[in-house]
Design a protein around this ligand. Structure first.
Ligand SMILES: *[C@@H]1O[C@H](CO)[C@@H](O)[C@H](O)[C@H]1NC(C)=O
Ligand SMILES: *[C@@H]1O[C@H](CO)[C@@H](O)[C@H](O)[C@H]1NC(C)=O
Ligand SMILES: *[C@@H]1O[C@H](CO)[C@@H](O)[C@H](O)[C@H]1NC(C)=O
Length: 488
């Protein structure tokens, strides 16, 4: 009887099959989850968000216990990370490498976390590091590889190192002139040989936003994916977006050095939403959606046709990131710090688009603002604002940013509130020499959000298994069983 009913449900079956195919065809899209934030969402909440939105891959910058536990039996592919400050000890001590793999890979792997990669360091060859990690990165990779082999995991878990796209360049701007940066070329060749020998991918972070940020003459439309007024012509190939051109510069660099077939992972790609005139919701949506649509065709780039394996940067805003590169650094999230999607996006996996994080617990509905009776001329105003901004986050105040349109009083209120919320609405944090006062009237404007922080002390949180995927699996098995029965 069940099977009779099943036969009648072929329409649903076709739909389910189509759904599976969709999931396979965009299997490439992942997300980076950084945690340099004063008020992190609980790990379970974030993992649920990943599942709700259909992200199947996740890249981490460390291997926090709570995070790894939340990822158990979710099926989500994980790239765990090793921070740069651990490279030295891991490079010099095989014991340290074994301990790292044991605690941060083997344990979780055995508990059902689908770990696929270890990222050894994060952009260790950035020029801002002055070469601090040049010596240690490859030996650390080798020791982690050795430890994985010893743990019997080297065929399942691959070693890589996420590198900024500044490790290669093209003197002419044409991809075919690409090669590795002269000062690290020998090292890069040793690394790609190591990766090739071990079946590991090359991981590169590509940032068209930074190209635009650094160069006022950079053609804006070349950063996106809808064609450009100033394409780059390279032999028979015409590049209409900087992502393809940048990616293919790497392909040429690999090819010239004998490793033209090395697999590539795009470890970070994305667009920030605030803190700079080019960092806004419209551009971020246009870029991220453009990128996803671009890779979902499966056609790849001119020099590397086929699927592209990529991780969006990033999932959630991080209010404690260094702003040394720019105020935009704290605004890369597709989500705000409290798990609200900033804009809609079609990842190709769920029909409903991005959803908000579930069951987020907020602090009380109150804000700290500049006292209406206080004078702008008060000598304490400037030092108070400076103090608040230095210890909280004022990166949304500035020319052409989300709160750039506030008046002077609004500016001061924004700074005071940021500090107050970051300190969990502690009354003492709304003092500022009596210049501040607490209000229950939301000062938020149409573009500028006066945040209320979320609770961070609660250890437990809501959790469930993905009913949707279980249902699909059961349905699939039942169907196969019925198909089997009808054969006789
Ligand atoms: C495992 O990873 C965590 C988080 O990155 C780190 O603090 C810890 O030291 C690592 N364990 C070992 C044994 O190295
Ligand atoms: C790199 O060198 C510059 C100039 O010598 C210095 O200001 C900076 O602090 C150094 N950075 C690091 C990470 O060592
Ligand atoms: C508000 O603060 C920003 C950033 O500090 C500043 O650029 C802007 O001029 C201020 N606006 C007013 C009206 O004071």
């Amino acid at each position: 009887m069940v099977c009779g009913a099943m036969r009648g449900l072929w329409v649903i079956k076709v739909f389910v099959l189509y759904w599976f195919m969709l999931m396979v065809s965009v299997g490439g899209i992942g997300a980076n989850w950084g945690t340099q934030t004063s008020h992190p969402l609980p790990s379970d909440t974030v993992v649920q968000l990943l599942k709700d939105d259909g992200f199947q891959k996740l890249k981490l910058f460390d291997a926090e216990e709570e995070t790894m536990n939340a990822l158990r039996k979710t099926g989500i592919e994980v790239m765990v990370g090793i921070p740069n400050d651990m490279l030295q000890i891991l490079a010099t001590s095989t014991r340290a490498a074994q301990a790292w793999v044991s605690q941060n890979v083997s344990n979780h792997f055995n508990d059902g976390v689908n770990i696929r990669y270890v990222a050894v360091g994060n952009e260790p060859f950035l020029r801002t590091y002055n070469g601090s990690f040049l010596q240690n990165t490859l030996p650390a990779m080798q020791n982690i590889q050795g430890a994985l082999a010893q743990a019997g995991l080297s065929s399942r878990v691959k070693v890589t190192v996420p590198l900024n796209a500044d490790v290669y360049q093209s003197s002419s701007g044409r991809p075919s002139d690409g090669d590795f940066r002269a000062d690290i070329r020998d090292l890069m060749l040793s690394i790609i040989k190591f990766q090739s020998d071990n079946g590991s991918p090359f991981t590169v972070n590509i940032y068209p936003f930074i190209s635009l940020y650094n160069d006022p003459n950079f053609p804006v439309d070349y950063a996106f994916f809808d064609g450009t007024s100033s394409p780059v012509v390279d032999g028979s190939i015409t590049y209409t977006n900087v992502f393809d051109a940048n990616h293919d510069t790497l392909i040429w660099a690999l090819r010239k050095n004998g490793f033209g077939n090395l697999p590539i992972i795009v470890g970070e790609i994305g667009w920030p939403t605030d803190g700079d005139m080019n960092a806004n919701l419209q551009f971020a949506q246009k870029f991220n959606q453009g990128f996803i649509t671009h890779i979902s065709t499966g056609q790849g780039t001119p020099m590397r046709p086929g699927p592209i394996d990529a991780y969006l940067f990033s999932l959630i805003d991080e209010d404690e990131k260094s702003i040394q590169p720019g105020n935009f650094e704290r605004h890369w999230g597709i989500y705000t710090f409290d798990g609200l999607p900033k804009y809609q996006m079609n990842l190709g996996v769920t029909n409903g688009g991005l959803v908000r994080a579930r069951n987020v617990k907020y602090l009380d509905k109150k804000w700290c603002v500049f006292r209406p009776t206080a004078s702008l001329a008060d000598a304490n105003v400037a030092p108070s604002v400076s103090y608040a901004c230095a210890n909280a986050d004022c990166t949304s105040l500035g020319y052409k940013t989300s709160c750039g349109g506030l008046d002077a009083r609004g500016n001061i209120s924004y700074a005071f509130n940021s500090y107050y919320q970051k300190n969990d609405q502690d009354d003492v944090a709304c003092g500022f020499n009596n210049l501040a006062t607490i209000t229950d009237k939301d000062p938020t404007t149409s573009t500028c959000r006066f945040e209320i922080m979320i609770e961070t002390d609660s250890g437990s949180s809501w959790r469930t298994d993905s009913i949707q995927s279980r249902f699909a699996l059961v349905f699939h098995l039942l169907y196969l069983y019925c198909l089997f029965l009808t054969m006789f």
